[in-house]
Structure formats: structure tokens, C-alpha cells
Design a protein around this ligand. Structure first.
Ligand SMILES: [Fe+2]
Ligand SMILES: [Fe+2]
Length: 151
């Protein structure tokens, strides 16, 4: 079948999206302290986003002649917010890779390629956002001294 490999990668992506739904939902419930003010909403919205991605990918799989999986991938748990974010980053990176693999498996110029490009972009943005929460891009910005007395 023309799309067998693509469907295989999409089903892996779907399993990861299902695990992300549950993982983010639990993180949203478990986060405590002042971190809760930011991350309860962030995790909850990320869970809903993963659910919408799961439906989208399921529809693509059926359109390509496959059956969407009902198995979730491994779910990572923690009660500590930095560890939660590290776990979520791992999950987002795995999803990103699954979509990239699906994209690479598309033969010719099938329109599914463009749908996958959009999805890769969305997952990359999720990865970048969590990397920023984890302060992984700490840059050294030159400070500029302004002499108030001179003006
Ligand atoms: Fe996703
Ligand atoms: Fe994502």
C-alpha cells in the first residue's frame, strides 16, 4: 500500500498525542504552589491541544486507508514542575520526530506532505516554548548603560 509507512508513523504520532492528553492533564492537576498560577492553565490547554491533534491525525490515517490506533504511548509522571516540563519537552520532541518521519515517508507530491509540514511547524513551536520555560536559551545580552546626567 502506497501510504503504509506514512500510516505507521502517523499511528506512532497518534499514540504520543494520546499520551500527551493524559500526561498534560495530570500535570495540570498536580502542579502546586505559585507555579500553579502559570502552569495549571498551560498544561490544561496543552492537553486539549494534543486531543485536537489526535483527532486530526486520526482523520488523516483513515483518509490514507489506515485504522487509527487506540493505544497511548508511555505516560511520564512527576509532582515537580521542572521535571514535568522536561517530561513534556521529551513528549513534544517525540511527536515532532514522528511527524517528521511521516513526512519523509511520503512519496511524491501528495498533499499530505503539506498538512504534515504545518503539523511539524506546530510541534516545533511547542518544543521551543517549553525550552523557553526551562530557560534553555539563556543568552548573554550586552547591557547598555545610560548616563542620565548627560541628557
Ligand atoms: Fe501535537
Ligand atoms: Fe505539541
Amino acid at each position: 500500500m502506497e501510504y503504509a509507512k506514512v500510516i505507521e508513523h502517523l499511528n506512532r504520532a497518534l499514540s504520543i498525542e494520546y499520551s500527551a492528553v493524559i500526561q498534560y492533564c495530570q500535570h495540570s492537576a498536580l502542579v502546586e504552589g505559585t507555579d500553579r498560577m502559570v502552569y495549571e492553565k498551560f498544561f490544561d490547554e496543552a492537553s486539549l491541544e494534543a486531543r485536537s491533534h489526535a483527532k486530526k491525525v486520526s482523520d488523516w490515517i483513515v483518509s490514507l486507508g489506515g485504522v487509527p490506533t487506540i493505544e497511548a504511548a508511555r505516560i511520564l509522571q512527576s509532582t515537580e514542575v521542572t521535571e514535568m516540563l522536561r517530561q513534556d519537552l521529551k513528549t513534544e520532541m517525540e511527536a515532532l520526530q514522528a511527524y517528521k518521519d511521516a513526512h519523509a515517508a511520503v512519496k511524491g507530491e501528495s498533499p499530505i506532505k503539506y498538512l504534515l509540514e504545518e503539523q511539524i511547524m506546530l510541534e516545533q513551536q511547542d518544543v521551543w516554548e517549553i525550552e523557553k520555560f526551562l530557560a534553555m536559551h539563556k543568552l548573554s545580552v550586552k547591557t547598555k548603560t545610560i548616563d542620565l546626567a548627560a541628557s
